[in-house]
Design a protein around this ligand. Structure first.
Ligand code: IMP
Ligand code: MG
Length: 183
């Protein structure tokens, strides 16, 4: 994979430090509460796995499968819920975790959906926030890094379902996107 990378945008060290900081904030905000995390598949998996292991008390956890992007770097117009969460969230403190808030379509769709099940509180947490492309009025309460327009991969984020396993966030060489017929 190394040969496909143009630039590392956020290093492993930066991610580790930021997650420590975020976990302290979340511990402060959710200690003593019945905390339920709903993670949006697949992009949030790596972020989720590292973050929850920094939490020293029991949490309730489930996932929801939402898709907006399909197979390209351009978003399709609507977000679909492919698989709903199963856990009971009525009266619970729910935190939705996703990899990135881009246009905001995914988070808006997921939050609107979850709200119907009457959680006591409902907030969202993302690894990356790209506010320049926001189309929906959504602002995650917790966010680790602000990023620019470049399409990024790694630490859970994919390009055509690849590169999720890079341990950092990177921009790919133009040739990689071109090779797959996008640029
Ligand atoms: P939104 O619904 O437009 O906010 O986009 C959310 C979804 O699009 C994310 O959960 C990602 O899966 C995907 N996405 C947006 N930007 C990027 C990117 O730069 N790299 C990889 N995936 C992205
Ligand atoms: Mg996603």
């Amino acid at each position: 994979m190394e040969k496909d990378i143009a630039k590392i945008v956020i290093s492993e060290d930066q991610i580790r430090n930021k997650l420590l900081e975020l976990s302290k904030t979340l511990i402060r905000d959710y200690t003593g509460k019945e905390w339920t995390i709903i993670a949006v598949l697949n992009g949030s998996l790596v972020f989720l796995a590292d973050l929850i292991r920094l939490i020293p008390f029991p949490i309730r956890l489930d996932t929801i499968d939402a898709a907006t992007y399909g197979e390209s770097t351009f978003p399709t117009t609507e977000t679909k819920i492919n698989r709903q969460f199963k856990i009971d969230i009525e009266g619970k403190h729910v935190l939705v975790i996703d990899d990135i808030a881009d246009t905001g379509s995914t988070l808006k769709r997921v939050l609107d959906d979850i709200r119907k099940y009457k959680p006591r509180t409902l907030k969202s947490c993302v690894l990356l926030n790209r506010s320049s492309r926001r189309r929906f009025n959504i602002q995650p309460e917790y966010s680790c890094f602000d990023i620019g327009d470049d399409f990024v991969v790694g630490y859970g984020l994919d390009y055509n379902n690849k590169y999720r396993n890079l341990p950092f966030i990177a921009v790919l060489k133009d040739a990689c996107y071109r090779r797959e017929g996008i640029l």
